[in-house]
Design a protein around this ligand. Sequence first.
Ligand code: FAD
Length: 432
Amino acid sequence: APVVLWFRRDLRLGDHAALLEASRHSKHVLALYVLDEKLLKPGGAPREAFLYGCLEKLDEQLGGRLMLVRGEPAVEVVRVARSVGAAAVHVSTDCGPYGRRRDASVAKALADNNIDWVETGSPYAVTPGRVTKPDGDPYRVFTPFYRAWTAHGWRAPADTGPSLVDWVEPPRSLKIPRPPRADAELPEPGERAALDAWHAFLDGGVETYDTDRDRPDLSGTTRLSPYLRWGCVHPRTLLADLGDGAGAKSLRSELCWREFHADVLWHRPETARENYDRRFDGMEYDDDHEAFERWCAGRTGFPIVDAGMRQLLAEGWMHNRVRMIVASFLVKDLHLPWQWGARHFMKHLVDGDLASNQLNWQWVAGCGTDAAPYFRIFNPATQGKKFDPDGDYVRKYVPELRSAAGTDYPAPMVDHAHERRVSLERYGRITS
Ligand code: FAD
């Protein structure tokens, strides 16, 4: 009997543990993707457009045999599996809060129909929940997690590809929707593009990653985040290519941040919305929607903040250093809740990922794990000078500042020194 391979956050055929496992059960595999409104809604047009692009590429690799359906997974997956007489549905584990609930209900519906549910691998080198302290508690701090994660180790990449199995001709399929209009300029979707980007990065020399990664004016990072988000490439593939130089070590540690945040969310799913550090439930925030709109539009009058916010709108991506600067500005200069900023990011980021996004926001806001000391509040001007020394990044995204006069450019919307004091006072009230 055939089996179904239900693709979710693993839109590739190489290094695909669930595909390898499916091939051990049957040579006849039906490739399925379910368009689920619950997942499509919170993401904005850029992420949706990138997803459809990835599905196109996957379908090409499958010789046009990707079956696409729309609807409630617990209904659709069962219907599809039954229609081809499948013995099992194979997946890579989804570790997010919604994915876990959804999968539990799909697995149950399949069991009611005597169809097996098989989970193999996950979007992480080490599946969330596997690395714990010796007493079984989850880690709350990155560095010890990183040590334990390294010691735990991971498998070598799985040797899979499009010709490993015979792809079953779908009985029927929707056409891949035309991408919604996304004003952002998006990266090339799909597995091939992910691997090309990775090899181009390696050819450019991973050695300089360590020093250049904080510089938004240089292209010093991999820009693989959208591909990792959609599973166009598995982190194991990347880790297997990394040696022991300073650049490689630093990149391995960044990849581990992704795994750490997934682990935190796995243990504490409520932190997708709520403060990880409950003391912050008493923190006073403002309710200024106009200030929020200025931040969203990149009209704060702080060049590095505005450049970042406009890069987000233009490319569906923002440099990590600048994500930290704009997030700090929203929370500590405008005193707005981190959830507002996180929602805006999720709407525009092609790499928008619940674990990485919500927990990085919390980290910057001071209410997350391993938080930087609250009093270390980014000064947007100093940060700009340090990380964009010639102003190239700012000029690229804020055209008003290309000429010395900067006529159309707004004056700073707040006094940083003053807002810093306000933040510290409010912080003092929840910690005293
Ligand atoms: P590289 O520097 O090349 O790093 C390689 C990979 O490591 C990245 O693709 C990413 O998967 C991972 N990584 C690097 N830094 C981090 C980090 N701090 N946390 C988690 N993973 C990391 N990343 C997302 O993938 N999705 C998000 O929604 C997201 N939201 C963020 C929100 C805020 C407020 C902040 C401060 C950071 C956020 N990040 C998010 C983390 C980071 O900014 C991006 O992963 C990174 O900028 C992507 O660019 P890159 O692929 O060139 O990174």
